[in-house]
Design a protein around this ligand. Structure first.
Ligand code: ADP
Ligand code: MG
Length: 452
């Protein structure tokens, strides 16, 4: 990776995230290292790194990847020259997990996160089935269902469970060749093989594994030759009775632009979803994480009721919950204060506010209609004019993103439209926002208005 490439990537990022965000969050990043699919940046503070990871991580990875640098993980280190170098060592180490590589050197898998094990996975009602299925696969016994297909919203623990399976298998059956990678990496490896005329090697390699795990498979939808290759790899492994584990953000049948034969193959095994977290699970996760933080920040006092408060108020996803805890501990240790409810409320005001507001679909429709200067009735009406249909899709997208409503529920509020229409709308906006910076800005503004 040359600085020139990072320069180009930054140009692209300006378009994606808008000038203001770019100047605040991307400009200060210093790329210090890029290897083994990990891009490492220097940042002024731990909080800064967390923020960038959470809000711009996907953009950065996508752009690096399209610039020919497939990256599956970003790491942020507090730069030594940065003004907050006085930040306690503990804050640094708490913020980013340790990483380990799978022992099989010749397998081109993604690095495993050492903290994503079964031990650290908290089981509750919403994820107990997924957990049990993952455990079963991790035993490495005879294949009983193939593939194991895990799906669910962002931050609910899919990647964690897959890494846990890999860790367990490595320990229990070191002779097995276990390969874990994201669907995106699968694609880049395949494209690389095509370019270097090494498709045979590629095929051989992927067919030689005992357990194949592909994360975020929705990524290959619409990418025809990659889908095709994935399908063949998949079939070859199933025929050879090798275990496959797949994850996606939605059920096989709901992944648009995925070939029907692949969908039906994916449905052949065990399909399990991770449900949104409930209060007990969130509290359990917080209690578990807090043990880790206690050991990192010795001497910090955590007042009663703070964890319950967080579990109650932050309902979005586990990643946000963890981010809140990280920030809380880092902040308390910086200012040297006890972690009380008051402190939590101050320090997490933004997160609490955005989880707090119970946005309705109607509110979203109203704001979007206002923004684009169209009538509210046209939001739910049948007009197909671009000037109306596009804002309508924007509202569908925001409804999906910002409310817990299902596609059919959203459909009903958009004049009784079918859930596939909503899905199409959401997808359309997801696609467009990657190339249309005006739209990306609009979305950002609307999101702020609605959540602020
Ligand atoms: P996904 O892949 O579904 O988007 P991840 O597996 O990356 O989600 O999980 C996001 C974060 O939340 C990770 O840090 C993970 O360790 C944590 N997490 C999610 N579910 C649990 C759980 N049940 N117990 C402990 N940590 C969890
Ligand atoms: Mg994941």
């Amino acid at each position: 990776m040359t600085n020139e490439t990072w320069g180009q990537v930054r140009e692209e990022l300006i378009k994606r995230v808008g000038r203001h965000n770019y100047a605040t969050w991307i400009e200060p990043l210093k790329l210090s290292q890029l290897k083994n699919g990990v891009a490492r940046f220097e940042v002024p503070t731990t909080f800064f790194g967390d923020w960038v990871q959470r809000n711009y991580g996907d953009h950065i990875r996508t752009q690096l990847s399209s610039a020919g640098e497939p990256v599956d993980r970003l790491e942020f280190a507090v730069g030594s020259a940065a003004p907050v170098a006085a930040l306690p060592q503990t804050a640094k180490s708490a913020a980013r997990p340790v990483r380990a590589r799978v022992s099989e050197e010749e397998l081109p898998g993604a690095p495993l996160d050492a903290r994503f094990t079964f031990d650290t996975f908290v089981v509750g009602k919403p994820n107990e089935l997924a957990h049990a299925a993952a455990r079963r696969v991790a035993e490495g016994g005879p294949v009983t269902f193939n593939p194991l297909f895990l799906y669910g919203g962002v931050g609910l623990g899919k990647t964690h469970l897959m890494h846990a399976i890999a860790h367990d298998l490595q320990a229990r059956r070191p002779e097995l060749r276990v390969l874990y990678l994201s669907a995106e990496q699968f694609m880049y490896r395949f494209v690389q093989a095509l370019r270097d005329r090494q498709v045979m090697d590629f095929k051989e390699l992927f067919r030689s594994v005992d357990v194949l795990m592909v994360d975020d498979v929705q990524f290959i939808a619409g990418k025809d030759s990659t889908q095709e290759e994935f399908f063949h790899t998949f079939n070859a492994l199933v025929d050879a009775n090798k275990q496959i584990v797949i994850s996606a953000d939605r059920a096989p049948g709901e992944i648009k632009d995925l070939e029907d034969r692949i969908k039906s193959r994916l449905q052949c095994g065990l399909v399990v979803d991770l449900h949104p977290t409930d209060y007990e699970l969130r509290l359990g996760i917080l209690q578990q994480k807090v043990e880790f933080y206690r050991s990192q920040y010795r001497g910090l006092v955590l007042a009663d009721g703070v964890l319950e408060f967080l579990a109650h108020r932050i309902t979005t996803n586990v990643r946000v919950l963890e981010g809140a805890l990280t920030r809380l501990f880092a902040f308390a240790s910086l200012v040297g204060r006890e972690i009380t409810l008051d402190l939590a409320q101050d320090c997490l005001a933004d997160i609490l506010r955005s989880s707090d507001r119970k946005l309705t679909i109607e509110e979203i429709q109203r704001k979007v209609a206002e923004h684009y200067n169209i009538r509210l009735s046209d939001m739910i009406g049948p007009k197909r004019l671009r000037t109306i249909a596009r804002p309508r899709q924007v509202a569908m997208y925001l409804a999906k993103q910002l409310t817990p409503r299902s596609l059919p529920e959203i459909g009903r509020r958009f004049g009784g439209r079918d859930h596939t229409t909503i899905m199409h709308g959401v997808r359309k906006i997801e696609e467009l926002m990657l190339t249309d910076s005006q739209l990306a800005d609009d979305l950002q503004l609307l999101r702020r208005l609605l959540q602020g």
